[in-house]
Ligand binder design. Structure first.
Ligand SMILES: *[C@@H]1O[C@H](CO)[C@@H](O)[C@H](O)[C@H]1NC(C)=O
Ligand SMILES: *[C@@H]1O[C@H](CO)[C@@H](O)[C@H](O)[C@H]1NC(C)=O
Ligand SMILES: *[C@@H]1O[C@H](CO)[C@@H](O)[C@H](O)[C@H]1NC(C)=O
Ligand SMILES: *[C@@H]1O[C@H](CO)[C@@H](O)[C@H](O)[C@H]1NC(C)=O
Ligand SMILES: *[C@@H]1O[C@H](CO)[C@@H](O)[C@H](O)[C@H]1NC(C)=O
Ligand SMILES: *[C@@H]1O[C@H](CO)[C@@H](O)[C@H](O)[C@H]1NC(C)=O
Ligand SMILES: *[C@@H]1O[C@H](CO)[C@@H](O)[C@H](O)[C@H]1NC(C)=O
Ligand SMILES: *[C@@H]1O[C@H](CO)[C@@H](O)[C@H](O)[C@H]1NC(C)=O
Length: 448
């Protein structure tokens, strides 16, 4: 699959900001450089299905003891893939954001930092310290290589993917070493005072320099990176289900405390409020992140108010009757952004179909088919676009970008999708190949 240039989604609002702040710079290429900065997909993973599939492996393993040539004897190749990825993760260093080469404006390296990608010191500025003493201007699509010197987003995504993989391995293989490594990684990134990340994204995508455009605090669009905070929550839940010995009650309490502070930041901080006032994929991701965190910390009223507002006020503007997503199709990469938003919408449909502990019903009824077809028809449209029956909306559009969304709707409506669509079997991002673990076994063959 192509690397998902999700990074581009981070710079969604850059263009109109530039017009407001500055005289348009001479260099303004239309198509942004398709750099890959993020592999992270927000994917719904049913815990009960993961538990069922772990049991399938254990029953099989009990009957077929022993292995040959260092390979597991497995009922499905996904278990070997899981073991390989977990073994790799065990050998990895612990991730922390405190070793970055630049200090955030707060002076605390535990604060997350990233730079707005398309912003450069003005070429007409002759100061010696161009990064601090020049005005920065936007050159859309031209990435300032300084962004690659900051790994905070990358490390958050690594800790998300690896802890979740290790937690699943500890459950499937009942092996303490996986649970221990997941625990060490989570403690190092979130809990130990010296190495933890502070619970905010105050300095995401800052614009440097001394010009009028300089923000010195982060920008709202940088908050979309917070979607990678969903997986560590799932990792904690799976470690608890696996009864991992290393993971203690006070670790869970520490995580709940971290996420409670982040919850408050997401609701109260000015840039977070700005992000919550967007309408497109930024709002979808914001809502998913906030509601997943709220569920973890037990604030169900936050969930009710946010998802009710989303389905009532925002979803109808995101998907038209024919399944197009107009707010995404106006962008430079219409297929990419449509798939990216849909990924978040299918996650949300699963999330809100859960039981609300306050009202005892689902948070939202009929979420997949809210306005006649909505999410379902948006998925169908992407399939049709790739098959060429709906006209091209982006050169080279590739269904692997929408693989997760198509499979997610397929799990909901197997009668409509079974054997009509086959999942991508060989993603270059290996974590994506673990999908059978959270797909009911009866449907493995439907998408194989
Ligand atoms: C995305 O995944 C690929 C394949 O595993 C890897 O080579 C690349 O470095 C990853 N990109 C990021 C930003 O992590
Ligand atoms: C730098 O630019 C300023 C203002 O444009 C000008 O006054 C100054 O002479 C320049 N200095 C050098 C060393 O070019
Ligand atoms: C926590 O770490 C910070 C940054 O390293 C340090 O300034 C502070 O004194 C530490 N607090 C405690 C209680 O150890
Ligand atoms: C949990 O308890 C242990 C042992 O008392 C302590 O070392 C650790 O710092 C505690 N962790 C948290 C997150 O409070
Ligand atoms: C939940 O969050 C809201 C903000 O959305 C806050 O007003 C309320 O006090 C919180 N409730 C609990 C139980 O923490
Ligand atoms: C889908 O519907 C929208 C709004 O009604 C319309 O603007 C658009 O042209 C339609 N697209 C297709 C491919 O039919
Ligand atoms: C979605 O709802 C529409 C209108 O109620 C209905 O015609 C359609 O069959 C539903 N689609 C699915 C997949 O249930
Ligand atoms: C998947 O891709 C990798 C790397 O391109 C390749 O080595 C491997 O043989 C492929 N596996 C399958 C099942 O196609």
């Amino acid at each position: 699959m192509k690397f998902i240039p999700t990074f581009l989604a981070l710079s969604a609002a850059v263009a109109h900001l530039a017009q407001a702040d500055l005289i348009a710079p001479a260099l303004t290429p239309v198509v942004p450089t398709p750099i890959s900065f993020s592999n992270y997909t927000l994917e719904w993973k049913s815990l009960s299905t993961i538990v069922e599939n772990a049991a399938i492996y254990r029953v099989f393993h009990a009957k077929n003891k022993g292995s040959s040539h260092g390979k597991l004897s497995v009922p499905h190749p996904v278990y070997q893939t899981l073991k390989d990825l977990a073994d790799e993760a065990v050998a990895k260093p612990l991730y922390t954001i405190v070793n970055k080469p630049f200090l955030p404006p707060s002076g605390d390296k535990r604060d997350w930092l990233s730079y707005a990608p398309y912003w450069w010191p003005s070429p007409s500025c002759n100061a010696t310290d161009k990064n601090n003493d020049c005005a920065f201007i936007q050159m859309d699509g031209q990435v300032n290589p300084d962004v690659y010197k900051l790994n905070d987003q990358r490390y958050l995504e690594y800790v998300s993917l690896d802890t979740e993989t290790l937690a699943m391995a500890s459950l499937v293989f009942d092996d303490d070493s996986y649970g221990q490594k997941a625990t060490d990684m989570l403690r190092y990134f979130f809990l130990n005072n010296a190495t933890r990340m502070n619970p905010n994204l105050e300095y995401g995508q800052i614009i440097r320099g001394n010009g009028k455009s300089a923000t010195h605090i982060g920008r709202a669009e940088g908050i979309i990176s917070a979607r990678a905070l969903v997986s560590p929550i799932r990792a904690v839940k799976i470690l608890q289900l696996a009864k991992a010995r290393a993971w203690k009650k006070n670790d869970t309490a520490g995580m709940v405390d971290w996420y409670s502070q982040f919850h408050d930041w997401l609701i109260e901080d000015k840039i977070a409020v700005d992000e919550s006032n967007t309408k497109n994929n930024h709002l979808t991701y914001y809502t998913n992140t906030l509601t997943t965190i709220s569920d973890f910390i037990g604030n169900y009223s936050t969930i009710e108010s946010r998802v009710t507002a989303f389905f009532k006020d925002d979803l109808p503007g995101q998907i038209t009757a024919n399944g197009t997503q107009p707010l995404e199709e106006i962008r430079t990469l219409p297929f990419h952004y449509s798939a990216f938003n849909l990924e978040a919408l299918t996650y949300m449909a699963n999330f809100v179909s859960q039981k609300d502990p306050l009202s005892h019903g689902p948070y939202i009824s009929n979420a997949w088919n809210q306005t006649g077809d909505s999410i379902i028809s948006a998925v169908n449209r992407l399939i049709d676009v790739v098959r060429g029956t709906e006209g091209q909306i982006e050169p080279g559009a590739d269904l692997s970008e929408a693989d997760y969304s198509v499979r997610a709707v397929g799990i909901q409506y197997p009668k409509l999708y079974c054997n009509k669509y086959h999942a991508i079997q060989n993603h270059t991002v290996p974590y994506l190949n673990l999908w059978p673990l959270w797909t009911p076994r009866l449907l493995w063959d439907c998408f194989n």
